[in-house]
Design a protein. Structure first.
Length: 272
């Protein structure tokens, strides 16, 4: 589709791997030759960007790169999917995004197995902590967490601590299943849009806690990219411009890809 001569829709070449029900951005990559896999959320998927960071990483490293980015995903979208874990475990190099801790099941609440931003149910522990809250009004984790923080900063701190603990444990468990090189990618936005900086509830100390299990850590600050967003080279329908402005620009994808490629080329690993 075009608008005033401008292409407004991308073909994301949707594909699946194995019998997984999760649809990824393609084209699908053959898995019978050495490949790199990038695991993550919306930033990895690359909505509205013709050449996402996975394509650019392939160009810079000379390796096939599998895009395992899922919109609004948390760790659970991958960790609980055996078919996708086989793809991850078979990679020569795995780049794992430090996804926010909000969209994952924990001691207080459960999220949808594939659509991790969907809130499913709260636990007895959550009922005891917030006995007067009607959780039936929440469909998404963000809405729920914003409300809980508004009600009580003291109680919300207990939720935040649980999210941090669960995130470290789940990430460590996932990383330990990867036999190839393991690189952690933290895409950071210092703007507070309600739940603090992104990735939500993940601190530099938490990244450092995992450092001994990794071959490298890449930290990319994209705050300025969002403040000075240039959508000129992005491809989106006219009515979706506001959504496009909340996505990483092609320039940001290029910068992140170069930072990750530098670590992959460095056999000792590197922290940026």
């Amino acid at each position: 589709m075009t608008y005033e001569g401008r292409v407004t829709e991308l073909d994301y070449h949707p594909c699946r791997y194995g019998s997984s029900r999760t649809i990824f951005r393609g084209p699908a990559v053959r898995l019978d030759t050495p490949y790199t896999v990038v695991v993550g959320s919306s930033e990895i998927y690359g909505r509205y960007v013709a050449d996402p960071l996975t394509d650019r990483l392939a160009e810079r490293t000379g390796r096939q790169v599998v895009n395992l980015g899922v919109q609004n995903a948390g760790i659970d979208a991958f960790y609980q999917d055996d078919d996708i874990m086989q793809v991850i475990e078979g990679a020569e190099t795995v780049v794992l995004q430090a996804m926010g801790a909000a969209n994952m099941s924990n001691r207080f609440y459960t999220v949808h197995r594939r659509r991790n931003d969907r809130f499913l149910k709260r636990s007895v522990a959550m009922d005891n902590l917030y006995p007067d809250v009607d959780f039936s009004e929440f469909s998404f984790t963000r809405h729920m967490l914003l409300r809980l923080r508004e009600l009580s900063a003291e109680k919300f701190e207990l939720v935040r601590q649980e999210l941090a603990t669960a995130w470290i444990a789940r990430m460590r468990s996932l990383i330990e299943r990867v036999p190839g090189r393991r690189i952690l990618l933290s895409i950071e936005d210092r703007r507070d849009q309600g739940l603090g900086v992104e990735p939500h509830f993940v601190t530099p100390d938490m990244l450092h806690t995992l450092s001994e299990t990794l071959d490298g850590i890449v930290r990319c600050d994209v705050t300025q990219d969002f403040l000075e967003i240039d959508t000129t080279e992005m491809v989106y329908p006219e009515l979706e411009e506001d959504v496009a402005r909340q996505c990483l620009s092609p320039a940001a994808h290029a910068r992140i890809a170069e930072a990750v490629a530098e670590v992959i080329r460095n056999p000792r690993g590197l922290t940026l």
